[in-house]
Design a protein around this ligand. Sequence first.
Ligand code: NDP
Ligand code: 2IT
Length: 449
Amino acid sequence: MYVNNVIEKIKAKHPGQKEFQQAVEEVLTSLAPAIQKDKKYQENAILERLVVPDRQIHFRVTWVDDSGCVQVNQGYRIEFNSAIGPYKGGLRFHPSVNESIIKFLGFEQIFKNSLTTLAMGGGKGGSDFDPKGKSDGEVMRFCQAFMNELYRHIGAHTDVPAGDIGVGGREIGYMFGQYRKLTNRFDGVLTGKGLSWGGSLVRPEATGYGCVYFAEEMLKERGESLSGKVCTISGSGNVAIYTAEKLYHLGAKPVSVSDSKGMIYDEAGIDVALLKELKEIKRVSLEEYAKAKPSAKYTKASDYKPGTNGVWSIPCFAAFPSATENELGLDDAKTLLQNGCKCVAEGANMPSTLQAMDLFLKAKICYGPAKAANAGGVAVSGLEMAQNASMRSWDFEMVDKTLHNIMESIFANASETAKEFGDPTNLVLGANIAGFRKVANAMIDQGVL
Ligand code: NDP
Ligand code: 2IT
């Protein structure tokens, strides 16, 4: 009743914010047994407080393109909750960015960051700026203009942004430079920095590696492993690339990747070096992959039919959605299960629709929801903050081992919590309740704010 009331109020208050509504519905519904068990959450109006960000910053970003025209974009930073640490979460640059998308991402980030075991609150930001087709100079000028407003809201102990879709090492570099110029300070105010100026080893790899570690943990509990298995991946950006790389380390074979224009099915196994060259350096379409590798089949996105010929129609043992929200619908989920898929680990944020998620839960496959499975990225961001604070740099092995331990502990925490509530394979419930309780208890300890 209490849970439903809060969900309905959010729907009525923000009728156009579909993604935010979806994230709230997914999280709050699964929290119901925990709320029922302990009345203090309702008595302290914890849900009503959690669904409203501490503050939303919405600003204009004005910059000049290569032809001398003045361009205007929207900028956002939504600081959701800082009960257990400074606001922490990425920045997304993509034309689809709006308030609903940043709010859904910021809301999810609260629980994800709580699960990492590190002291980080939840926030997210970004812009409707499209980096695609822009020159390096245009990207730099946009990033500088974005930071001209953002710098006054962030700080190493206040709010620490990082990358997400469309924001990688290049963009973090330009934004960090502008922050330093404006403030005359060298602070760990962003993560995902370059190695020679405060970045951490393994941060570029962390989300993908962490997602595969999480999948291994889910499978281990059932006496299975990824070794020798065929896996599918969507997306071909940061998360997808390092998911493919780690799958090879563990003896599995990734056979697909995709971008917004189409997908590659490479039965021989995805060539990670080629993928890095095309996507990290040349920034070109996957059509080029098919031209360079004859074993690969390219299908245009405009030719997809859900559940029939997209990435999720390729038979696989494990699937790693690593592109964007709601990229895996009910028909895709049905096809995956019909083809014998035993494991879905979400590298992207909220890639499965509510209906697809329900089907995975009913089928009791190993289903790793985003806020648990992709927490490795923000976890290593937390380790970058720790290294910055101590003015030390850890070696690759040390960071990778710590990441591995964190992913093991996220799985253990989600799994034990699912068992506590009598639904042992439901890691959605387990991750949401485990992430929630730490934040909610901290809010109660700190009084009515
Ligand atoms: P990148 O920008 O590096 O790559 C994004 C990939 O997804 C590209 O292949 C892109 O194709 C594709 N994509 C993006 N939007 C769409 C869309 N609307 N339709 C189809 N394809 C799309 O981003 P990341 O790899 O960093 O992020 C991927 C996902 O992982 C996101 O959901 C992000 O929130 C999540 N995530 C990222 C983390 C990180 O550390 N980077 C941490 C945790 C989660 P194209 O190039 O053609 O646009
Ligand atoms: O969704 C995410 O967790 C990220 N984009 C990474 C955030 C971070 O602060 O490293």
